[in-house]
Design a protein around this ligand. Structure first.
Ligand code: CP3
Length: 317
């Protein structure tokens, strides 16, 4: 999950020397912080250190990360002219630093654990591109959706085409699985989710030359319903804590594996609490055709490392 490293002193030590953008644009440093959680805490997989917003940046948008404020696009897309100025990125050129980070991370991990690549979903990226950053009401993107749906569809098509090339390049560079983050889909009504989010994520998945690489589809909430999500083409649905995994299993009839779904706030309490909450989730998945234990969303920077350790040992036991 996002910000995996921020609770780790080893990550903070690297970050004290470079800002976030320099960190993910420098392959040797990105590989270093990708490997840290695996080497220090024995996670069963590594997730590439990067950000979902490198795609809008490669399509021509200026991107800023300011301390404590999160990502911002100072010139958000507000009309057809803005959208028309975006270009289709040449991944091997503009995002070569990501591909190089994948190659270096694979060398460093030396086959010990798999490496997960990722991207944002078309809808979630479009949301950032139109809003210019995080949002409470999502009034800009929703106004576009209700007022000029065709314009939004054309933006989503362009972003999807870029993402197909991007994930295929990550797969060629050597990632063992890919995860698609639909972090902002939960603000949509189910019908709109199906039309403006699921449709494009499904197209993205269909465009992948997978060679056996599994696809994990992360979302918050239940989108347009678990049955439809399970038919997206993904191998794994990654759910948050608002959905009961036992109930989810029944609905999807074990057709895809499930990932999740501990509330990251449970890791702010004590190791005993973190452990008990973890065991509760594992109990719901006994006998399932597949479960990847994970948090339901990103870990918070002020999480005590010993609580993370308690979760990991509870899962490994
Ligand atoms: O888990 C990992 O650390 C892997 C790398 C990763 C990052 N971002 C690094 C990061 C991944 C998988 C992401 C995905 C991402 N980025 C998402 C989707 C997942 C989710 O959380 O819903 C989203 C929405 C973003 C956009 C983004 N980037 C946000 C909202 C923020 C947080 C801003 C803040 O300060 O709270 C970022 C910054 C970011 N991305 C950090 C990291 C490690 C923090 C950078 C730092 O200050 O060191």
């Amino acid at each position: 999950m996002r910000q995996a490293g921020r609770y780790l002193p080893a990550y903070q030590a690297v970050r004290a020397k470079v800002d976030f953008q320099e960190l993910y644009k420098t392959p040797a440093l990105a590989a270093e912080v990708t490997a840290q959680p695996v080497e220090i805490l024995s996670f069963d997989a590594a997730i590439l250190f990067s950000d979902i917003l490198v795609i809008p940046e490669a399509m021509g948008m200026k991107l800023e990360f300011s301390e404590g404020k999160g990502p911002r696009f100072p010139q958000p897309l507000r009309g057809a002219d803005d959208i028309g100025r975006l270009h289709h990125p040449k991944i091997e050129v503009e995002l070569d630093f990501v591909l190089e980070a994948i190659r270096l991370t694979r060398q460093r991990l030396a086959g010990a654990v798999p490496l997960i690549g990722f991207c944002g979903s078309p809808w979630t990226l479009a949301t950032y591109m139109v809003e210019g950053g995080g949002s409470k009401e999502f009034a800009n993107i929703k106004s576009l959706m209700f007022g000029q749906p065709q314009l939004l569809h054309s933006l989503l098509e362009n972003v999807t085409a870029a993402l197909v090339d991007y994930l295929n390049a990550q797969i060629r560079a050597g990632v063992h699985a890919v995860q698609i983050f639909d972090s902002w889909g939960y603000v949509l009504a189910p019908d709109d989710y199906e039309e403006f989010s699921l449709r494009y994520t499904s197209r993205l998945i269909a465009g992948l030359k997978r060679n056996g690489v599994p696809v994990i589809y992360f979302l918050r909430g239940r989108g347009c319903g678990l049955k439809k999500l399970a038919a997206s083409g993904a191998d794994v649905l990654s759910l948050d804590w608002t959905i009961d995994l036992a109930e989810a299993r029944q609905q999807i009839e074990d057709r895809v594996a499930l990932q999740g779904n501990l509330d990251p706030i449970a890791l702010l309490a004590t190791p005993e609490v973190a452990r008990a909450q973890t065991k509760k989730i594992l109990a719901k998945m006994v006998g399932a055709s597949g479960h990847i234990f994970n948090l339901g969303h990103g870990i918070l920077p002020n999480t005590p490392v010993e609580n993370v350790q308690a979760v990991i040992s509870a899962v490994k036991e």
